[in-house]
Design a binder for this molecule. Sequence first.
Ligand SMILES: [Zn+2]
Length: 683
Amino acid sequence: MSDTANNPLLQLSFRIPFDRIRAEHVQPAIGELLREARARIDALAADTAPRTFDNTLMALDTITEPLDEAMSVVRHLESVATYPELRTAYNAVQPEVSSFYSGIPLHAGLWQAIRTYAATEEASALTGTWRRFLTKTIDNFRRHGADLDPRNKARLEAIDMELATVTTKFSQNVLDATNAFELVIADEAGLAGLPPSAVAAARASAAQKGLAGWRFTLQAPSYTPVMMYLDDRGVRQQMYRAYAVRASSGEYDNRPLLSRILELRRAKAELLGFRNFADLVLHDRMAHTGQRALEFLEDLKHKTERQFARENRELLEFRRSVEGADAPELQPWDVAYYAEKQRAALYDFDEEELRPYFPLGRVVDGLFATVQRLYGIRVAEEPGVPVWDPQVRYYNVADGSGKFLGGFYADWYPRENKRGGAWMDALITGCPADLPGSKPHLGLICGNLTPPLADRPALLTHYEVTTIFHEFGHLLHHLLSRVEVRSLAGTSVAWDFVELPSQIMENWTWEREPLDLFARHYQTGASIPAELFEKMVRARNFRSANAQMRQLGFGFLDLALHIDYDPARDGDAIVYTRGILQQYSPAPLPPDHAMAAAFTHLFASPVGYGAGYYSYKWAEVLDADAFTRFRTHGIFSPEVGAEFRDVILSRGDSEDPAELYRKFMGRDPDPNALLERSGLLAG
Ligand SMILES: [Zn+2]
């Protein structure tokens, strides 16, 4: 039973009643909010009063707010506390909601209203955030088809619809092709080299399928240990080959879909007046054009090549030092295996040794202490707030002066009703108390960290500690936002800028001073021994040129397909991309290697990371470079912290990110800091 008056999704306020929202509330509430939003858009378009910023642009900024907030609550619950009825309800509303949003720029009356406003004197006198909001709105509408005639609008909608279908099928094929493979080892002797955890997982996987022996699959937790540790070269080769040809033939063949996706993306770019899909997608990102993104990758490639060659030479030498001078060149299925042996020989470092120093409670307290020193903010838990699971904690965040900024939920541990990974999300995008439209921010942080045992607190890996710091960086970007236009606030920034606030936080988990603040043995209280810390730091950059070249190769593949690739001239896309990847691979790729057919980052959704894979490296350049200021002035420097907060964390997208970056650094980004951090500067 659910009527409008008692539907909690229709009365959301800062204290979200997570304990009362049920699946049956979703469809009535979202249906109602969609109706309201449509009516408000029509009313805005039909308004005959003279156009002003408030009745046009600010109105547009707030029209979808109740729908945005209700959908973010529903989406969130579906990902952390799902059950069949909730999933069904979410799936039922999702298509209509997404078609509502993509229809906004195609609303002729609304577009007319915006252009009428843009022609007023008030509009031409706008400055700062207000001017940017106007410019970006017009730009956004255009890039989403506002200027097209009705026939071309229909074509655009048809392209988008087909892209949604084809990319969904692409992703399902990868999943099905991955699941279609299994390899069962019957003889225990065949498991030589594997760590006990991988053996146990393979045994459990076989038992679950009612099989004897040990079962291996192409899913990462099964595949990766085989590549790294299994002594049996033949099995490594078989697994590698199966992985490399996923979804490239037979029942789950993605080749025709890949061609179609590229064709549709080219057609869409052309329809909207762009040279190629990369230019369409990157137009409002920091890189702006595909060409600029390419140059960025080229530069890093030149600076990494020499060390890449050296690492590959050293790996072969290592193999020969162990197996004799006539041991053969490395094949792709040998690389991770010998690299792991080389790493063990060089560093004698076991990640697991660090766990006792990272009990979750201390790590989280240390994180709060770090941001208090850097940004002057105080984080305090508030018990008794309604949550979606008893494990969830709620925290308030206040300024140094005690002014309330907002709150967030933290949900750290895995559960069966919760999706994997770690992420931050915004629930309410507010505005500070001293600005008009004042309203506190509300967000959340989720992880799937190692849970506590009966007699032991949750002891994290260093990677998990880094993950918490990373996601908390995104959360700060949201909670410290001081932007009056909601759609330009917080983390709503260009994709190649959004990882700066998060990735920069990771740096504090690699430095002695902050580690001493929170990395304490859970039984003895001792800090990490110097020798262990040294090993951790040295092992960090092992084969970093290979890691970097791999990412660069994916970035080049992505841009090549979305800028240059011409099927008439270049032929089959799989063959074409194999030629590119070969330049970044430490070993010769097999002739049927078809990685692009399973590249879900690029092809599992209409845009996804398409033409944006370079962003990973781009953001690393920004964060490594920006962190040098903390390095120079003290990594707890409140002055540098205040500046970072002022010009980056509080500014959202209210100004061009390149400009914000220059305000903080006094210059453009310099890739040397990343090369130095990765141990690649010496060349
Ligand atoms: Zn992130």
